[in-house]
Design a protein around this ligand. Sequence first.
Ligand SMILES: Cc1ncc(COP(=O)(O)O)c(C=O)c1O
Length: 455
Amino acid sequence: MPPADPQRLPIAADETEAELRARILDLVEEHWRRFHQPKPFVPGESRLSYAGRVYGPEEMRNLAGATLDFWLTSGPYALQFEARMKEFFDARRFLAVNSGSSANLIMISTLCQEEIVRRLPKTGPRRMVPGDEVITPAVTFPTTLNPIIQNGLIPVFVDCELGTYNIDPDQIEAAIGPRTRAIFAPHTVGNPLDMDKLCDIARRHDLWLLEDGCDALGATFDGKLVGTFGHMSSLSFYPAHHITMGEGGGVVINDIPLMKTATSMRDWGRDCYCEPGMNDTCGRRFGWQLGDLPKGYDHKYTYSSIGYNLKVSDMQAAVGVAQIDRIADFVFRRRRNFAHFQQRLGELAGDIILPVVHPKAEPSPFGFPITVAEGIDRNALVRWLEDAKIETRLVFGGNILRQPGYRSIEKRVHGELVNSDAIMNRSIFIGVYPGLTPDMIDYAADRVLAFFRRT
Ligand SMILES: Cc1ncc(COP(=O)(O)O)c(C=O)c1O
């Protein structure tokens, strides 16, 4: 490659690395200022997204800084991100991973590893083996369900509630069978599950409790963050989610015996737990005798679980680190937008089911879900809003058992999935993400009201 054009990129011969870096980052910030600012909103012309990344110069400076560091793999930013998220959740451990789907895969696969048997206490939930059952809602995101199937476990489908869109907590206990080992449920569109009921059932029946918190960062139940109730919980940092690093996710680990195996599942299944760039953290790198390996076999190449590689790059983590500082403001704005819709659309109570929130819950809303009354054409509402440049989304896979890929999976279904079908046929959600301002919410609410006022 030819050297940089000296006219375009004047570099003083005596410029230090720190000076050059500072200048590059200032230019990056200037780029953000000039070319990344949100455009003014023009009702009917600007597209109102259901979600999107919200970021400032800090994210771009961090990303450019990580590029200059050229660490590439998980490194200092990934460690910083994990430490800060661990503190945020007051968790035992926080694992940064490359997606929310990977976080779900790690959680379920961890509980299936032979490795955990020797770490678990004498009482409480046991390791899961093929044929064991996991209770999960029929309205779900595919990669909440997939790890159950991929690990040879049997999903037990329970219906959901209209209004909360969560698994119906009152049907869970009756769905438990002799081989049921876990409950795995999302806090759908950021609305907390009834954690009193779920924790109580899991405790009394010695079940694993896994929360899919991908849509719910910052939501609380009884004043406590969701993600801190179950043995483990997942997060997604895809741009539609509460904070982003492009592709990314996290596992909140609240149970000490699961920490090492979950980390190993992310890191190729290895037994070694050295952080990036470290060697011999255990002090016995060449002193172990594990499995049928010869004594002293390098711990870095010793595998105690059947793992994956699901780590983040340091560039992703660098963006995530800057986003952490925005969590409180993002949650505030999501709640403000949600309350605004709730207030504007309240008069439609006969035409739509408005969101229902447990009295102890404070959602960190992913969207504003509505279900049209029977006899109202949901698809006509979707077209009406999309024509007005207002994006809509369905509640993920609807009744996932009706999806083409899931028709012949091995499963057990508890009761009738009546509400799950209703959600599939009659529900949508619209955006509340922090990039939406009150005038945008008013515009969207006006269009929803106009749909129902047509004669
Ligand atoms: C509830 C839920 N779980 C899991 C995921 C998967 O996250 P990712 O897209 O980061 O893989 C999503 C994604 O939207 C989700 O909404």
